[in-house]
Write a protein that binds this ligand. Structure first.
Ligand code: NAD
Length: 441
């Protein structure tokens, strides 16, 4: 079972003896609820309003029997949470990871509700997951797990009900298998049932880099607001998957100096700058950053978590939840954190960063570029007409910049941090939608 609270002092001492895995046990859902309460208290929501929009509407768990290459059968656990659908169909990625849990997926679905609302797209919140270590699967096994997951959940999914997308360890190929499974079942072509598909079968231009691109639009506005120059700013990026690698690439194109990157196999720092193209090629060849320190001028950190404490101008968590906690937040030196990952800071870390006047661009705003272009993909699928990358980027830029401006304005008006402001904006929108719809029966 998951521990429900931030660790006590005694637990932290114990953790010191046990190693670095304790923070994994902080409940992401409890953290999300704390974030909600902070904004809901300011908005003075009634008990009934809170009851309708705070908790998830539907939590589904299924067992997935899958035939492995050696002929044996393994049974995996699959999850899908629909948090709130007042503003439109549930929308949110599917994560494949050995640590996926109901608690985590509930938190991720909750953040999707408020992420869609903060950028004003007509969708609600959903998220899914399969408890699986993809590194142990062959390509064929991975396909069978993906198809079985979609088949088991097929009654939930649909272009007007619940639309999945990629998340950690899932990618356009897996979205293609999802779409094919659904279309074969329906006996018709239904590309709008899933987003983040390959371009050839109804994906959108700009989708693969959309999450990182949206972050860059926010970061530019944040630096402008703080009167810091983006050109020449130093950056550390935790996580070098879809979001982290594009974050490093796009920030470098904006004139930033990438000082450090990391993935599950280690963190790498340079005295000068990290060659992002070389790192990307390394991952394409080896599937990991492991061995990247053999590149000239790059050093491996003994403790990868120290990447979060480097003296850089911009810190980008782009891996998993609960990375910056009450334990290490004091050591964060970056004046700006752009949350590409969902839930990388615990509420305790938020409080510490607030006191230190760290400017945080919160996940539900900062990484909303992905779901924004997913929404545009869904619109294109329904029209059967496809836009150019230029048009997509124009829309994305406008939507991200307008949302950033609205959240910043709210933060200044209420004198609250950006995270609370983002929740104020989005909770108001979800509450209004829920009230307009009223209760069925
Ligand atoms: P991904 O699977 O493509 O990449 C994850 C990366 O994180 C990998 O490089 C992995 O090695 C690394 N990682 C895992 N554990 C780590 C650890 N303990 N320390 C350092 N690195 C670690 O996943 P992604 O799609 O890039 O998602 C990353 C984050 O961004 C997640 O929090 C996800 O929910 C969030 N996000 C993704 C999207 C999207 O469009 N893919 C949209 C919004 C938010």
């Amino acid at each position: 079972m998951l521990d429900k609270k931030e660790p006590s002092k005694k637990q932290k001492r114990k953790r010191g003896r046990l190693g670095k895995h304790f923070t994994d046990k902080v409940s992401a859902f409890d953290n999300a609820m704390t974030q909600f309460d902070r904004a809901a208290n300011i908005l003075k929501l009634t008990k009934s309003q809170v009851a309708v929009i705070k908790e998830p509407r539907r939590v589904t768990e299924v067992k997935l029997p899958v035939r492995m290459d050696d002929g044996s059968i393994e049974v995996f656990t699959g999850l899908r949470v629909q948090h709130n659908i007042a503003r439109g169909p549930a929308k949110g990625g599917v994560r494949f990871h050995p640590d996926v849990s109901v608690d985590e997926v509930k938190a991720l679905a909750f953040w999707m509700t408020y992420k869609c609302a903060v950028v004003g797209i007509p969708m609600g919140g959903g998220k899914g997951g399969v408890v699986v270590d993809t590194r142990k699967l062959s390509l064929g096994e991975l396909e069978r797990v993906a198809r079985r997951y979609f088949a088991e959940m097929i009654d939930l999914f649909g272009p007007d009900s619940d639309i999945p997308a990629p998340d950690v360890n899932t990618n356009p190929q897996i979205m293609a298998w999802f779409m094919d499974t659904y279309s074969m079942h329906e006996r018709r072509h239904v590309p709008a049932v899933v987003t983040g598909k390959p371009l050839e079968i109804g994906g959108s231009a700009g989708r693969v880099s959309a999450t990182a691109q949206g972050m860059v639009y926010c970061v530019r506005k944040a630096f402008e607001h703080l009167s810091i120059s983006l050109a020449g700013a130093t950056v550390a990026v935790q996580g070098f998957g879809n979001v982290g690698s594009y974050a490093a690439k796009l920030l470098r194109q904006s004139g930033c100096i990438i000082k450090a990157i990391s993935d599950i196999d280690g963190a790498f720092v340079s005295d000068n700058w990290i060659d992002v193209d070389l790192a990307t090629k390394h991952v394409e060849t080896h599937g990991t950053l492991k061995g990247f320190d053999e590149t000239a001028g790059v050093e491996k950190l003994d403790d990868p978590m120290k990447l979060l404490e480097l003296p850089v101008d911009l810190l980008i968590p782009a891996a998993l939840e609960n990375q910056i906690t009450g334990e290490n937040a004091h050591n964060v030196k970056a004046p700006v954190i752009a949350e590409c990952a969902n839930g990388p800071l615990t509420p305790e870390a938020d409080e510490i960063c607030e006191k230190k006047r760290v400017f945080i661009i919160p996940d539900i705003l900062c990484n909303a570029g992905g779901v924004t272009v997913s929404y545009l993909e869904w619109v294109q699928n329904r029209m059967g007409y496809y836009w150019t990358e230029e048009r997509i980027l124009d829309d994305l830029k406008r939507m991200m910049e307008d949302s950033f401006a609205k959240v910043l304005q709210t933060a200044l008006a209420y004198e609250v941090p950006m995270r609370t402001a983002a929740f104020i904006v989005s909770i108001e929108r979800v509450t209004e939608a829920a009230e307009l719809r009223g209760l069925y029966a």
